[in-house]
Write a protein that binds this ligand. Structure first.
Ligand SMILES: O=C(O)[C@H]1O[C@H](OP(=O)(O)OP(=O)(O)OC[C@H]2O[C@@H](n3ccc(=O)[nH]c3=O)[C@H](O)[C@@H]2O)[C@H](O)[C@@H](O)[C@@H]1O
Length: 448
């Protein structure tokens, strides 16, 4: 299709939609922006031929007015993520360019000598140029981790100034290597257990190991991170009048006796079990957050995050998604803990990032669940991953971990009603993307 007819489709979509709803200008700008961004990207990266060939100038899309999503013409393939109301719409190709590059942008790996050469000078992906007042200074603690780094990508592309604090216990500099040196970006090695002072407008407080083997590795440190880290960041928010968002967890519901779990449920947690350092740590973090809200009028948000997966999970993370994918890719046995009848509901990381940005920008202070209610037994999930990887790996049963929750599924009515958010990524599609990521990492010699 020619450029002309492609823009005709877009302009027709735009005019139809604005007639229907009256006010969709933010969204329209974002849709139009997709083409501009791709063009900019092509210009910026014109020296990398293989890369540019994946970007088609004449892409067609359509905007599904019901779900407010942009799909390819097949009406199934998601080609953009984000929400118009907070201007977070980003073409998926742009994000893929970061975590799934045909070739790394800034380094060459020589498999013979197993050395890496870093290239200079470097270019960056185009970020929005925000006007004064729109552009915020945003602190992301734990920003080099799996979820944190995806959040940073989105905040950077939106055009904000982003400062990341990370102690690199589970986070990796490599997750943010593509932003290092950018004028809008700062990466600081710092442990949130120690106070930190800076002038910012918003704080996304993610810092804390989240995978059971990691948070149980040093339980005292996990409690300190949750409690002292949160006190330090709330103290900072109070001092500089920043808005504060705590990333809490579905683990505050413990081994739930209510199913699905709504935000009103108080939970069922063993306070002295091996998971308590994380579960109780996050429960205290929530208590602190609301104490600062009531006592010191800090402007707070609390997201309760359910099982999340995607590119940049650590391959040794120990959580079920990365374990199963790596085992299937290497032809090893898939390790099911217990009878495999316990359930989890898995959300793809782009959906979570959408939810976090929407919540931060909404005037709502109660906790909100962010998760995908699509529930699987772990046994079904192992099957799904074997199929996606096309692997003939066998299944091995290992003892169930102490206090492993037997079922978990979010009630997301509140997120739907308050934020206009619900997961957009079918689990299979997200798994496909994650498998591609792990394969690429293996080919690049970054993981074994
Ligand atoms: O992924 C997440 O976002 C969540 O991961 C963990 O919660 P958990 O549900 O225990 O996550 P996994 O370690 O991935 O385990 C999920 C289920 O799979 C099982 N599992 C795990 C790993 C494995 O190799 N095999 C296996 O059967 C576990 O026993 C558990 O029943 C964290 O505690 C949560 O804070 C976090 O939000």
């Amino acid at each position: 299709m020619s450029d002309q007819s492609s823009s005709k489709i877009i302009s027709e979509t735009i005019s139809n939609t604005s007639n229907e709803s009256g006010n969709n200008f933010g969204f329209i700008e974002s849709v139009t922006d997709i083409n501009n961004r791709k063009d900019n990207l092509i210009k910026t990266e014109s020296n990398i031929e293989e890369e540019t060939s994946t970007f088609k100038r004449n892409d067609e899309w359509f905007w599904d007015t019901n779900s407010e999503q942009i799909f390819a013409q097949d009406s199934k393939t998601i080609i953009a993520v984000g929400h118009a109301s907070v201007k977070s719409i980003v073409p998926l190709e742009l994000l893929r360019h970061i975590y799934l590059p045909q070739k790394p942008h800034d380094r060459i790996f020589d498999p013979t000598t197993r050395t890496i050469s870093y290239l200079q000078p470097r270019s960056y992906l185009p970020v929005n140029s925000l006007i004064q007042g729109e552009k915020k200074r945003i602190l992301v603690t734990g920003g080099a981790g799996f979820v944190g780094s995806h959040l940073v990508d989105r905040l950077m592309l939106i055009g904000h100034e982003v400062i990341v604090l990370d102690n690199f216990f589970t986070g990796r500099k490599n997750n943010l290597a593509h932003w290092i040196g950018h004028p809008n970006f700062e990466l600081i090695r710092h442990d949130v257990v120690d106070p930190f002072l800076i002038e910012v407008d918003q704080i996304y407080h993610l810092a804390c190991p989240a995978s059971p083997p990691h948070y149980q590795y040093n339980p005292i440190k996990t409690v300190k991170t949750s409690v002292m880290g949160t006190i330090n960041m709330l103290g900072l928010a109070k001092r500089v009048k920043a808005r504060f968002l705590l990333t809490s967890t579905s683990e505050v519901y413990g081994d739930p006796e209510e199913h699905p779990q709504a935000e009103t449920y108080w939970g069922h947690v063993n306070p002295i079990g091996p998971r308590a350092c994380y579960d109780e740590g996050k429960r205290v973090a929530e208590t602190l957050t609301y104490a600062y809200m009531h006592q010191d009028s800090v402007d707070v948000r609390v997201a309760r995050i359910f099982n999340t997966f995607g590119p940049r999970m650590n391959e040794n993370d120990g959580r079920v998604v990365s374990n199963f994918i790596m085992q299937a890719l290497k032809g090893e046995e898939l390790t099911i803990y217990g009878d495999g009848l316990q359930t989890r509901s898995f959300q793809y990381v782009h959906d979570l990032v959408d939810g976090l940005i929407l919540l931060m920008n909404k005037d709502y202070m109660e906790p909100i669940n962010l998760g995908n209610p699509d529930e699987y037994t772990i046994r079904e999930f192992a099957e799904l991953i074997r199929n996606e990887v096309n692997s003939s790996s066998k299944i091995k049963t290992l003892p169930a971990p102490t206090d492993d929750p037997k079922k978990r599924r979010p009630d997301i009515l509140r997120a739907e009603q308050i934020l206009g958010w619900k997961p957009r990524w079918p689990v299979k599609q997200g798994i496909g993307e994650t498998v591609k990521y792990f394969k690429r990492q293996m080919e690049a010699g970054l993981i074994g």
